[in-house]
Each structure stands twice: as structure tokens, then as C-alpha cells.
Design a protein around this ligand. Structure first.
Ligand code: CA
Length: 460
């Protein structure tokens, strides 16, 4: 067996030391005391790449068939105001795994095969936290948080990895041969992408089956519907929506198999599953891209279509069946939620931007309003804030190059009444504009003062 690299060795050593301490403490309390494993639920995150708000049957798509996701929504909670923390792949994944806004990462919005940085070793990921409570952890799919060995998933709390280190369009001749990685090793280059969704699904089912005694954390970031679209052979040419529909319908099949595996293993009441997308649809690609439904714009923008996503939470017996949830939630909330469920303390030496959704997931209502949500655009620049129903844009951009509202700024929308961002109220509501402008400035100051792990301010 290969000797583990130094960084991994350190992680293993610290995990072992932590486990020994925990076992010691448990034994001191007598034989009945709990051992290192958490009693929290298994946690599964299924993450599309570039799926839009309007792309699922249960979100109103007229021709894409998603019976498994529709059933998941009928048995669980379907969010109507759930956000990804960024309109782009890398920044969005950073936020999901750390509970922190993308601006805190210290690296680019989208990493490419020449990028030098990745997820800093000092970041605490969902996987690291859950692993400290005895969770088995795996990621099968697109990583996109640094392709050098020190940034790969095994150095960030995951026991197992299989997938592409970045987007499926970063291919020769513009890029080096596309690596398919298993744990820390390249096992193939330029893999047949028509096999990817099936391969990730098979890995997921095998992992669940091997760890059915639990607890486990499974993260499955699909390679698609990011372009190029490569549906599996069994799905190609089937959807009336064309190739894009084929790809979504294959993802729906994958979700169905994973939920069926959980049911067959008797794990449905012990497992929280969240399905969502990393950012909005790639609308400049025409019909090869998806749909943001009634929302404005898509991927790469801080308009609602760039960041508001379909999101379904499923945990029979805990998450109420058939609930449509209008409260604001975000991918940065997944880490605090997972940590609360597993009994992991939140890190206190850095800003965490998310908040736990446990109360929302249990169907408790009415709950407190979500804290303000900040929208970061290209280059991780601050573009907008949402507080309650109000959203203030101080900067906008669009891959379509459209100048909505003739480029006027700031723009103010009341999203509960105007989800499509059609009716600018900035001139009618100066007090709201003022309040949100101050909120943005306070936030900006805090972010600058704290810095990040590559360029520390107050953060150490
Ligand atoms: Ca994406």
C-alpha cells in the first residue's frame, strides 16, 4: 500500500487522536455510554450542475419527465425560495461544503486546470465535521475545488472519491486530458461521459449498501446538465425536450435508484436527502441550456434565475410530506444543519454565513426570518442583498450582455410579489434602499477585515 501523503497522514493522526479521546471519555462514563458514532441521520446531498428553477416536472416544466423527483417532493419538502450561494460552479461548491459565502474562499469564482489554488486546508467542510462523529464520508462526481492532490476530497474529510476534478467541458485541446480520479489517483483520462451519471449512481448505491449501519454522508455532484450534454445510452433520444431533457431524466432515474436503495435498506427514516443545483441554467447556450422558469436570467448572474434553485428535502417521518416551503434557505445552510443533526460544534474562529434549517425541515412554523442573504457575482464581487422580501442590486451582470433596466442602479424588488424582478421600486422606497445599502456596506467591511486563509486579515 502506498504511504499516505504528509497532509493526509496529519489528518488521519488528528482524527485518530480525536477518536481515542472520545472513546476514553465514553468508557469513563461506563459501558452504556455512547461511543464515537453520532446518532444523527445519514445525510445525502444530490447536486445538479447548471440545473434551472424551471427544469423539473414538480417545478412546472411542461415536457421534462421527473417522476422520481416529483415523488420525492410529494413525500418531502419542496422549497420555492432556495438559493445556491453563487451563480458559478466553484464558488457555489465552496459555499455548500463550508457554510461560508464564496468571497471568503480566497480563490477564483471558477477554477480551471491551470488554477493554483483550491479549498484551503484550514477550511472546515461538512465531511470533516461529520467524520469527527463517526460518519463514513464519500463524494462521487464533480469536485471543482482544486485539482492538485492537496486540494482533493480525501484531504478534506472524505473517505472516498470518484469523479472529475472540474467541469466536463474543460477538455483538450484547450485543456490537458480530462482526468477521472479515484481517491487520489488518476484512473483514466477523457472518460466516456455517457457513462458518468450511471457510474456515479452505482458508486453511491454501493457506498450506501456498505455503510447501511450508518451514519454516513454522501455527496453526489452530477457532471450535468452542464454542457457538453452526454446522456447515457438508455436515455439518449427519449425526452420530448431533446438532449437536455434526456440528461435531466437520467438524473431523475439516478435519484429514484438512490431513494429506492435507502427504502430497501430500511434507511428512509434515518436519512435526510437534499436535491438541488449548483447554479442556474446556462441560458446563453440556447436549447442546450435549461430554464429558470419565471425567474430572470440564468447562470453567471445574480438575478434570481442565476441563483434560485429547485430544492427538495426528503426524510420520511421527520420532514413533513407534501410541504411546499416558501421560507428563504440556501446551500450555506447545509453545513449548520448537518452539524446540528450530528451533534458537531460549529467552528467559532471564522465567519459562518449559513444557519441551521433543522426547525424548518421539521415543519415548525412560523419560524424566524432568515438572516440577510448576500449575492456575489463574477470575481466574487458583491452585487446584491435580500432581506425579507426585499432585494437590492447595487451591481448587475449577465452572460447574455443584456442591459436590463438600461443599466440603472440601484434596483429594488419586492420578491414575494415580483419573483421575476420586473418592477423596480428603488425610487418609491428610499428608506428600504437606504437600509439595505447600509447592510451591504457593513457586510463588505466585515468581509474585508476578516480576509481569507490565503490572505488573512483577522482570520488566522
Ligand atoms: Ca454549474
Amino acid at each position: 500500500m502506498r504511504k499516505p501523503p504528509r497532509a493526509l497522514g496529519l489528518v488521519l493522526a488528528s482524527t485518530l487522536a480525536f477518536s481515542l479521546l472520545f472513546v476514553d471519555a465514553a468508557m469513563a462514563q461506563g459501558p452504556q455510554a455512547s461511543i464515537a458514532k453520532s446518532r444523527g441521520p445519514n445525510i445525502v446531498v444530490l447536486f445538479m450542475d447548471d440545473g434551472g428553477y424551471g427544469d423539473l416536472g414538480c417545478y412546472g416544466h411542461p415536457t421534462i419527465r421527473t417522476p422520481n423527483l416529483d415523488r420525492m417532493a410529494a413525500e418531502g419538502m419542496r422549497f420555492t425560495q432556495f438559493y445556491s450561494a453563487s451563480g458559478a460552479c466553484t464558488a457555489s461548491r465552496y459555499a455548500l461544503l463550508t457554510g461560508r459565502l464564496p468571497v471568503r474562499s480566497g480563490f477564483a469564482w471558477v477554477l480551471n486546470p491551470r488554477s493554483k489554488r483550491g479549498l484551503h486546508p484550514k477550511e472546515v467542510t461538512i465531511a470533516e465535521g461529520l467524520k469527527s462523529k463517526g460518519y463514513a464520508t464519500a463524494v462521487f462526481g464533480k469536485w471543482h475545488l482544486g485539482h492538485q492532490r492537496k486540494y482533493l476530497p480525501l484531504q478534506h474529510g472524505f473517505d472516498e472519491y470518484y469523479g472529475l476534478p472540474y467541469s466536463n467541458d474543460m477538455l483538450p485541446p484547450r485543456s490537458p486530458p480530462m482526468p477521472l480520479i479515484e481517491n487520489n489517483e488518476v484512473v483514466k483520462t477523457n472518460p466516456d461521459q455517457t457513462l458518468l451519471t450511471q457510474a456515479y449512481t452505482e458508486h453511491a448505491i454501493d457506498f450506501i449498501t456498505r455503510h447501511k449501519e450508518g451514519p454516513f454522508f454522501l455527496y453526489l455532484p452530477y457532471a450535468m446538465p452542464h454542457i457538453p450534454l452526454h446522456p447515457g445510452k438508455a436515455f439518449a433520444g427519449r425526452s420530448t425536450r431533446g438532449t437536455y431533457g434526456d440528461v435531466i431524466e437520467e438524473i431523475d432515474w439516478s435519484v429514484g435508484l438512490i431513494l429506492d436503495t435507502l427504502r430497501k435498506q430500511g434507511l428512509s427514516q434515518k436519512t435526510l436527502v437534499l436535491f438541488t443545483s449548483d447554479n442556474g441554467p446556462w441560458i446563453i447556450k440556447g436549447k442546450r441550456g435549461g430554464s429558470s422558469g419565471l425567474l430572470r436570467d440564468g447562470k453567471g448572474s445574480t438575478w434570481e434565475g442565476g441563483m434560485r434553485e429547485p430544492a427538495i428535502a426528503w426524510w420520511p417521518g421527520t420532514v413533513p410530506a407534501g410541504q411546499v416551503e416558501q421560507r428563504v434557505a440556501c446551500t450555506i445552510d447545509v453545513l449548520p444543519t448537518a452539524f446540528e443533526l450530528a451533534g458537531v460544534d460549529l467552528p467559532t474562529d471564522r465567519s459562518l454565513d449559513g444557519e441551521s434549517l433543522v426547525s424548518v425541515l421539521r415543519g415548525n412554523r412560523p419560524g424566524a426570518a432568515h438572516r440577510p442573504f448576500f449575492y456575489y457575482g463574477p470575481g466574487n464581487r458583491l452585487h446584491a442583498v435580500r432581506k425579507g422580501p426585499w432585494k437590492l442590486h447595487i451591481k448587475t451582470s449577465s452572460q447574455t450582455r443584456k442591459k436590463y433596466f438600461d443599466g440603472k442602479l440601484p434596483l429594488l424588488f419586492q420578491l414575494d410579489e415580483d419573483p421575476s424582478e420586473k418592477y423596480d421600486l428603488a425610487d418609491k422606497e428610499p428608506e428600504v434602499v437606504q437600509e439595505l445599502t447600509e447592510l451591504l456596506e457593513q457586510h463588505r467591511k466585515q468581509v474585508v477585515a476578516e480576509g481569507n486563509y490565503f490572505k488573512p486579515g483577522t482570520i488566522k
